[in-house]
Design a protein around this ligand. Structure first.
Ligand SMILES: [Fe+2]
Length: 408
């Protein structure tokens, strides 16, 4: 408001500028399309399963406006844009979110624009030089944005928690910032050649790429749903193992969190827990359901299931070097006497070691055809005995702590 007042008084605001109105219309149009697309994807998949990347078209247009319009007009672009898009929120109780958003974006665009005009004016209009300045401009834009958002959230909650920092600059967000900056650069360079036509041309391309991402995600998720159904159907064959995958998954996630594995690994461990015995699809039901001891031959067939699981899971690209590998090694032993490769100690990926201990612990506290479920204390005794033999001692310690604290 203050900025608007100052610039208005200076007579710097000239609404007869066509470029300004064209950009404002594009801002509303593309932001509206992007937001409805995003809402559609989130409704379909829920937040956790979505790997679709959202490029903010509003930000791209704001950066372009900062570069080609005078600062006094550039900062009005997000203002006018959001006035149209979020008209409802102004009259709701959350109007301060709107005020914060609009005023911070206005100020950020203004500062970025001042900087760009100074830099362009000082160093002339060489395209190569200006693209470098535009990249720096984008960085300034995002740094200010992050700074403002953290300050606002701090004022709202009176503390900065890990969640807040994650929310503002968490994993994936930085990548989004980078791709938005690159896209802004592309629009700008195109603009210098073909004028304003560059905006719809490139933004339609970005939205199409996002649509492509959406279908790729949809395809991948349908594969995962199929695997989930498959592994459930294997568990259901045997009443003793129904729900085992889910429990192993829960236990493994808690161990991984306490061990301090990164968030992305934890998401994948969750999947690995669910699918760890999916390779049993290739083992005859007679062997899986057999009550007595397996013959040597039957045992050899049973021992193939990690390899079969690997073959199935590597079909999903992002699982090939992660989930599939961990499932392959979930019957390896710390002392090197496991299968299929007889890996030893830290040769076994940490995620696979976590699966092993979660799998065995849950099997111990569940009923089996040949014995009743063990109590927690009895199970922990076995975990302790096997520490350094079957299990990684550090993980055995973590599991025992988690059970004693009542977390598992
Ligand atoms: Fe297994």
């Amino acid at each position: 408001m203050v900025l608007l007042f100052i610039e208005w008084n200076k007579g710097n605001i000239n609404f007869k500028n066509t470029t300004f109105w064209v950009l404002a219309i594009f801002f509303v149009l593309f932001e509206y399309m992007a937001v409805s697309f995003q809402a559609f994807v989130l409704k379909k998949f829920g937040e956790t399963k979505t790997t679709v990347m959202f490029v903010s078209t509003g930000v791209i247009i704001s950066i372009l406006a900062a570069a080609i319009l005078p600062p006094s007009l550039a900062f009005l672009i997000p203002l006018i844009g959001y006035l149209f898009l979020r008209l409802k929120i102004i009259f709701s109780r959350n109007y301060y979110y709107f005020l914060f958003n609009v005023s911070s974006l206005g100020i950020i665009t203004y500062v970025t624009s001042k900087y760009l005009h100074f830099a362009f004016g000082y160093f002339g209009n060489n395209l190569f030089v200006s693209t470098i300045f535009l990249i720096i401009g984008s960085v300034i834009y995002f740094l200010l944005n992050i700074g403002f958002t953290i300050t606002f959230l701090f004022a709202l909650y009176e503390k900065i928690s890990k969640e807040i920092v994650d929310f503002v600059i968490g994993e994936g967000k930085l990548f989004n910032i980078l791709s938005t900056a690159i896209n802004a650069l592309i629009v700008y360079v195109l603009y210098t050649y073909i004028g304003l036509f560059a905006v719809p041309l490139s933004l339609f391309t970005f939205l199409t790429i996002q649509l492509g991402n959406y279908y790729a995600t949809k395809y991948r998720n349908s594969k995962i749903e199929l695997l989930t159904a498959l592994s459930k159907s294997i568990e259901e064959k045997d009443p003793y193992t129904a729900g085992h995958g889910e429990k192993v998954s829960e236990i493994a996630v808690k161990i991984a969190e306490k061990f301090g594995l990164p968030k992305r690994d934890i998401e994948l461990i969750k999947a690995a827990g669910l699918f760890h015995d999916i390779g049993k699809i290739g083992v005859p039901g007679l062997i899986i359901l057999k009550k007595g001891k397996l013959t040597e031959e039957e045992y050899m067939i049973m021992k193939e299931h990690p390899k079969k699981g690997f073959e199935i899971l590597k079909q999903i690209n992002e699982f090939e070097d992660t989930v599939a590998k961990w499932v392959l090694y979930h019957h390896e032993r710390w002392d090197g006497n496991g299968y299929p490769e007889g890996l030893k100690g830290e040769e076994i990926p940490i995620q696979a070691r976590i699966l092993t201990i979660a799998d065995v612990y849950h099997a111990l506290i569940s009923d089996r055809p040949y014995r009743a479920a063990l109590s927690r204390e009895e199970a922990l005794k076995i975990i302790e005995q096997e520490s350094g033999k079957l299990f990684d001692p550090q993980l055995a310690k973590i599991l025992i702590e988690l059970v004693r604290e009542g977390i598992i």
